[in-house]
Design a protein. Structure first.
Length: 323
């Protein structure tokens, strides 16, 4: 039986490999010891801070939701508060997640320089490419927080007037009287005119003939305005006595008498229609003539029985003499 002697190269490589493995094992032990001594406390401290921050945010979110639940008579404002709570919760999750990621990477010994530089470059590019989106969202947050308007309000924004159908952080959807839906980015809203806050004022300008007695006209207008105020269908809508201002304008054969009525929000059109109807009935009953804005003079024609039976129209400039 023949035995092969080990190669001198193989015998010399075994101690070298053992030293290499021992070096790796010793390096892992040092890294693990350093991680336990330094990295683990950093991670635990970061988790503690994240827990405190998220607990505070959750407390605020619960307060907002509880306040929204108590707003039974104001569903729009309750929806706005719930929207703010959802935005606050989602933002806190993003902030906490990013903070924990950076702390864990730092505890593991990963260099954060390239990571932060790359994130800064990406953020800079996004900020240049989507500044309007960030501006829309920032404006939308202030609209919700300050309660500038709600869903269902009639407002004027960006030169448009309509009813708010939807409100998000980025856009506001308006529907005008023609049924057209306008989608307005929140960043284009610089001035808000809310026509649905507290009360609305309706003004009806009554045009009366200049020859009518103004005191009599005022008496009739006050009577019919008081009837509307005391009507069963409008007594809860008209919140104050109508104001008859008197003679406001004289133009030709026209005298304008304005009537101001303070009504509940979004209830002005119905009251104005009823006022117009009652003005027509009252003026017809009292024989009061409406005014005319033009200066055309209408003359009643005389009795046609006395008129000549025939008229010569467009006579010839050079009549032919009879022979």
């Amino acid at each position: 039986m023949m035995l092969f002697a080990p190669s001198p190269q193989l015998t010399t490589s075994i101690p070298h490999d053992e030293r290499f493995l021992r070096h790796i094992e010793k390096g892992w032990e040092l890294d693990l010891t350093s991680f336990v001594q330094n990295g683990v406390p950093k991670i635990l401290f970061a988790l503690l801070l994240a827990f405190i921050f998220q607990t505070t945010v959750n407390f605020l979110v619960k307060r907002l939701n509880k306040r929204a639940d108590h707003m039974v008579g104001n569903a729009q404002r309750a929806g706005q508060l719930r929207t703010i709570a959802a935005i606050l919760r989602a933002t806190s999750y993003g902030v906490v997640g990013f903070y924990l990621l950076t702390q864990i990477l730092a505890a593991l010994g990963v260099s954060l320089g390239p990571f932060i530089a790359g994130a800064s470059v990406i953020g800079l590019g996004i900020s240049f490419g989507a500044q309007s989106i960030f501006k829309d969202m920032l404006t939308g947050i202030f609209i919700l927080i300050e309660n500038q308007y709600s869903v269902g309000d009639v407002i004027k924004i960006a030169g448009l007037t309509g009813t708010v159908e939807d409100l998000t952080l980025r856009v506001t959807k308006l529907r005008d009287a023609d049924g057209t839906v306008h989608i307005v980015p929140n960043s284009q809203i610089t001035t808000v005119s809310n026509l649905s806050r507290d009360f609305a004022v309706g003004t009806l300008n009554i045009s009366v003939d200049v020859r009518e007695d103004p005191d009599r006209v005022m008496t009739v207008l006050k009577a019919l305005a008081a009837q509307v105020r005391s009507d069963e269908a409008f007594k809860d809508i008209v919140i104050s006595d109508p104001n008859i201002l008197g003679v406001d304008k004289i133009s030709g054969y026209e005298v304008v008498y304005p009537i101001n009525v303070r009504v509940m929000v979004n209830q002005r059109d119905g009251v104005m229609r009823e006022l117009r109807r009652r003005v027509l009935l009252a003026f017809n009953k009292e024989k009061i003539a409406f005014g005319s804005s033009n200066s055309t003079l209408i003359v009643q024609s005389p009795d046609h029985s006395s008129a000549p039976t025939s008229l010569e129209l467009n006579p010839s400039p050079n009549p032919t003499p009879s022979k």
